[in-house]
Design a protein around this ligand. Structure first.
Ligand code: FES
Length: 340
């Protein structure tokens, strides 16, 4: 009887030419996700055929319709619609409930009606480190799948901390804090960066290592300064964005992580606003591309707790996540001053 070698489970499953890949796998206890119970309506049972595509049955009419709608490559098949006539190797692509939820989960931008005004805001950039070599070592379909998972967690970190996503950059994003009020923006940005790092370590790195045995790292950079903030795009695409020197500086700070061998750097201007509330690692003075003079940058490694202990992702002294929304500005009176 033909066999399926199923990854990442590394199990052999025998299947007659009358039994679908989904049925055969479930029969031996391999939990292929099947939200629509095998009716070719959800795509959560999708598998990638690594070997033996010629032994797979042609797509059924229902599978063909779904594959066209979702732009599946020939090698991506619905396990619930596929039978085999010879040995094949397949990899499950939806591994857990979170993946399944992502297949039909969409978010929408929030409108604010800003037509363009100067604001003191915190700007945060996050980027996948060595994304080119990562993309070369992982099949294109999987790169997109992992990036979807990555963006899901980055979006959540931004939203949880009261920020707004201004744009996506292929393998990263820019987030803004302080659109409504500048008061807590620097601390919100720092909390977001720490949450992002924590989330990648917990939700992305083990997943990528398990499937592809390669690393997945990010860099985060944040700055606090004056920028022109407004809404761009139309309809559901409308979103808040920011322009100005502060945005360029934040982007370059994120890139400075590579040279500094750090994960999260912030500017002197941002740190000044929240001094005493965060735990700082190394400090350095660097030249940023396209800027004159040197900039003092600081590595953020955690938030100080109310009892003087320090831990990543914790709240500042006397503040909880809820109280942040109405808390007064940081102790330091001065707002943006050029860090260079
Ligand atoms: S289980 Fe829904 S498409 Fe296969």
């Amino acid at each position: 009887m033909p066999r399926i070698f199923l990854l990442p489970d590394q199990r052999y499953v025998e299947a007659s030419d009358l039994e679908t890949v989904l049925s055969a796998s479930l029969r031996v206890g391999i939990p292929i996700t099947n939200e629509c119970r095998g009716n070719a309506r959800c795509s959560t049972c999708r598998v990638l055929v690594l070997n033996g595509l010629g032994y797979c049955s042609p797509r059924s009419e229902k599978e063909r319709a779904l594959a066209e709608q979702l732009h599946f490559s020939d090698r991506v098949r619905l396990a619930c619609q596929t039978t085999i006539t010879g040995n094949v190797t397949m990899r499950r692509l939806i591994l857990d409930a979170e993946d399944a939820g992502l297949t039909d989960q969409r978010k929408q931008a929030t409108a604010h009606g800003l037509v363009g005004e100067e604001r003191q805001i915190a700007i945060l950039f996050v980027d996948v480190r060595n994304s080119t070599s990562f993309a070369e070592s992982v099949p294109p379909f999987d790169v997109i799948h992992i990036l979807r998972r990555f963006y899901h967690h980055m979006d959540k970190a931004v939203m949880d901390n009261g920020g707004h996503i201004a744009c996506y950059t292929g393998d990263g994003l820019m987030a803004l804090f302080g659109i409504e009020s500048s008061e807590c923006a620097p601390l919100q940005a720092v909390r977001t960066g720490l949450d992002m790092l924590h989330s990648v370590k917990r939700n992305i790195q083990p997943y990528v290592k398990r499937l592809f045995q390669c690393p997945f790292r990010i860099g985060v950079g944040a700055h606090f300064g004056e920028a022109v903030v407004g809404m761009v795009g139309g309809g559901l695409q409308e979103r808040v964005t920011a322009l100005g020197d502060a945005v360029n500086i934040a982007s370059r700070i994120e890139r400075a992580n590579k040279q500094a061998r750090t994960e999260f750097l912030v500017s002197e201007a941002l740190l000044r606003e929240i001094k005493g509330q965060v735990r700082v690692g190394k400090s350095l003075s660097v030249k940023l591309p396209g800027k004159t003079g040197k900039y003092a940058l600081h590595e953020v490694v955690g938030i100080r707790t109310a009892h003087g202990k320090q831990r990543a992702g914790a709240g500042p002294p006397g503040l909880t996540r809820t109280s942040l929304a109405t808390a007064p500005a940081g102790a330091s009176g001065s707002r943006f001053r050029h860090a260079g």
